[in-house]
Design a protein around this ligand. Structure first.
Ligand SMILES: C[S@@+](CC[C@H](N)C(=O)[O-])C[C@H]1O[C@@H](n2cnc3c(N)ncnc32)[C@H](O)[C@@H]1O
Length: 212
């Protein structure tokens, strides 16, 4: 097995994000332009380092051993320096732990919480968000559905991708999160299924604001 010193961070990132056209740099750029975002937290990040290309101060949390090696690698900072779109030095903090284990010192500190393909982060990591902070979330594990029934969050925008370009809109928000089937969507149901329910109008990603 390759040691942390020899892991090629660029190759690792390329394999998962560049080759799959899933870097999302343009989405993070759009979000920075549209919202006041300084501090970002990304639980269940794996090696998705692209928020650091756009945002100066990002905290990542992931318990995966490969992710731990990636973030320990001294070459990571060179890679981010090459790609970053701001003048200051990047601040990258990584916690190689279960994101369900709260880090009290980080509560109410963040302007953006990212939840993609990694479970119910809107719930487990809500306390990290400032009131007024943003949650970027997909529904792969049902986390967007969970945020939609959580009174502490309000849906403010949806994110769409067309011909490779992301777009953020606040149009027709009322049509989202209407279940296709006649069921009551509860926290218990979503935790039980772990993959969400079908909605009449799904969006690839949703943006909520923490309101309480
Ligand atoms: C499918 S990957 C998604 C990675 C990234 N969010 C993306 O969109 O490419 C899920 C990641 O979440 C991490 N993860 C899942 N549950 C976790 C937990 N409770 N604590 C820490 N990391 C977790 C896994 O280790 C894995 O790296």
């Amino acid at each position: 097995m390759r040691s942390s010193n020899t892991m090629d961070v660029e190759q690792e990132y390329k394999k998962y994000y560049v080759d799959r056209d899933y870097e999302q740099v343009d989405l993070f750029r759009l979000m920075k332009d549209k919202y006041a975002i300084e501090k970002v937290i990304y639980p269940g990040s794996y090696v998705h380092i692209s928020p650091s290309f756009i945002f100066t101060d990002v905290v990542y949390i992931d318990s995966d051993t490969k992710a731990i090696k990636f973030f320990k690698n001294k070459k990571l900072i060179d890679f981010v320096n090459k790609r970053k779109e701001y003048s200051s030095a990047p601040k990258i903090t990584f916690h190689g732990i279960d994101y369900k284990k709260p880090i009290d010192a980080l509560f109410n500190q963040f302007d953006l919480l990212i939840s993609q393909y990694a479970g119910f982060i809107s719930e487990a990591c809500k306390e990290y968000l400032k009131i007024g902070g943003y949650l970027l979330v997909n529904n792969s594990h049902g986390d967007a559905g969970l945020a939609s029934i959580d009174e502490d969050y309000q849906l403010i925008s949806t994110v769409h991708k067309n011909k490779g370009k992301y777009r953020i809109t606040d149009a027709a928000l009322e049509r989202y999160f209407i279940p296709k089937r006649n069921i009551e969507v509860s926290r218990e149901l979503l935790h039980k299924t772990g993959k969400g329910v079908g909605y009449t109008h799904p969006a690839p990603l949703y943006i909520f604001q923490r309101i309480a």
